[in-house]
Ligand binder design. Sequence first.
Ligand SMILES: Cc1ncc(C[n+]2csc(CCOP(=O)(O)OP(=O)(O)O)c2C)c(N)n1
Ligand SMILES: [Mg+2]
Length: 184
Amino acid sequence: MKRIEALEVLDQIFGNDPLIITCGATAREMASISQKKSHLPLLDSMGLTTPVGLGVALGVKGRVGVIDGDGSLLMGFSILPTLKAYGPKNLIVIVLDNGQHASADLMLSQASDVDIAGAAKGLGLWVGQCDSADEMKSLIASRTGADEISMIFVKIEKGNTPGIPFYLANPPKLSADFVESISS
Ligand SMILES: Cc1ncc(C[n+]2csc(CCOP(=O)(O)OP(=O)(O)O)c2C)c(N)n1
Ligand SMILES: [Mg+2]
């Protein structure tokens, strides 16, 4: 599955539920297929997608999704024990793992050598793993309403979709729209 195929499915699954989206090509590809007030793309804030998602999930009652990347999660890896300590049950973290920093000249990430899902399991987090859209859909469905936080590691193909335009959004506007969507 390509990243953009996973994003199309995730956009449909989460509907108008809050969705925090990691930076780089992930934010650009999502914006090229769907832009919603309930989407909070973090633009350049690599490493902070899951932490921001945790904060949002602690503050709202309904389901909250995070779409992180392996490189971004590794950059802010200290969030994992915090997720275990505070992990709200309404948070579903999806890690799109291509084993590389695809957005940054396709450089390999440490996830190509290190079992990051295993590390999350070792901390006692609930972890699911898959590599297809159908498995991703059924894992998310089965974890919606679960009694603890969910981390779903999805293996995706390497690389980026060609021809995606730059995403020149205004961060204060994105933030204001997102706050409005979670306040209503
Ligand atoms: C602190 C910081 N360092 C570097 C970057 C540049 N950068 C943007 S996305 C990215 C790679 C992200 O990798 P990953 O999370 O695995 O996503 P992928 O592009 O592979 O889907 C990098 C290095 C940044 N935005 N912020
Ligand atoms: Mg990656």
